[in-house]
Write a protein that binds this ligand. Structure first.
Ligand code: AMP
Length: 210
């Protein structure tokens, strides 16, 4: 099953992708995580992406599409995958089609803008494996340390309040049009993001399986 998780930054795409990928035994592929890894490793793609990411702007299509194409060609993605954070523009969605990738379902996790900013201030990410946490909704077992790999858990530079507003504006301008794009193909299902992660997971799994 090839799935896309769509939604504003901080809506919970990554968290729900982690739940659903375990359930369906397919990888969750986050272009944001791959780009952060590239920045950390100082690769050419990472060097080119860093400035855009720090400002909350989108990274140019040619960089992101290249990274995504290589990733979905790997063996573990043969039986399906969840795309988290890709596509983010209509031209990226068209690039997926040109690659011959069939998408089964697009799940939009909807959270109102007013809630996004407060959620983002508590969000944390593991420097090592990229797992996502939240100081209130999904805390680590040991403060500041990733449950999965033991590396340090930090706030992303682009989760600071001033950058979040600009990322939200980018979402509405460039990514939200994808809702119409996929609705016209009969593929869009919208899930209302709940206060409790487990409640959103139930709705998300039902949307994926329904
Ligand atoms: P995310 O972890 O999905 O919030 O992504 C973090 C940042 O990585 C975004 O603010 C963008 O700068 C960049 N990024 C991730 N995915 C994409 C994409 N599909 N297209 C362009 N930029 C992206």
């Amino acid at each position: 099953m090839n799935l896309i998780f769509l939604g504003a930054p901080g809506a919970g795409k990554g968290t729900q992708a982690e739940v659903v990928c375990n359930e369906l035994n397919i990888p969750a592929i986050s272009t944001g995580n791959m780009l952060r890894e590239a920045v950390k490793n100082g690769t050419p793609a990472g060097l080119a992406a860093k400035e855009c990411m720090d400002k909350g702007d989108l990274v140019p299509d040619e960089i992101v599409i290249g990274i995504l194409k290589d990733r979905i060609a790997q063996d573990d993605a043969k039986n399906g995958f969840i795309l988290d954070g890709f596509p983010r523009t209509v031209s990226q969605a068209e690039a997926l089609e040109k690659m011959g990738v069939q998408i089964d379902k697009v799940v939009e996790i909807h959270v109102a803008d007013e809630k996004i900013t407060s959620r983002m201030s508590g969000r944390r990410v593991c420097e090592g494996c990229g797992n996502s946490y939240h100081i209130e909704y999904k805390p680590t077992k040991v403060e500041g340390i990733c449950d999965a790999c033991g590396a340090k858990v930090v706030q992303r530079v682009d989760d600071k309040p001033e950058t979040v507003l600009s990322r939200l504006a980018t979402y509405h301008e460039k990514t939200a049009p994808l809702k119409d794009f996929y609705a016209a193909k009969g593929k869009l299902v919208t899930v209302e993001g709940q206060e409790e992660i487990a409640d959103t997971s139930k709705l998300t799994l039902a949307a994926v399986k329904g």
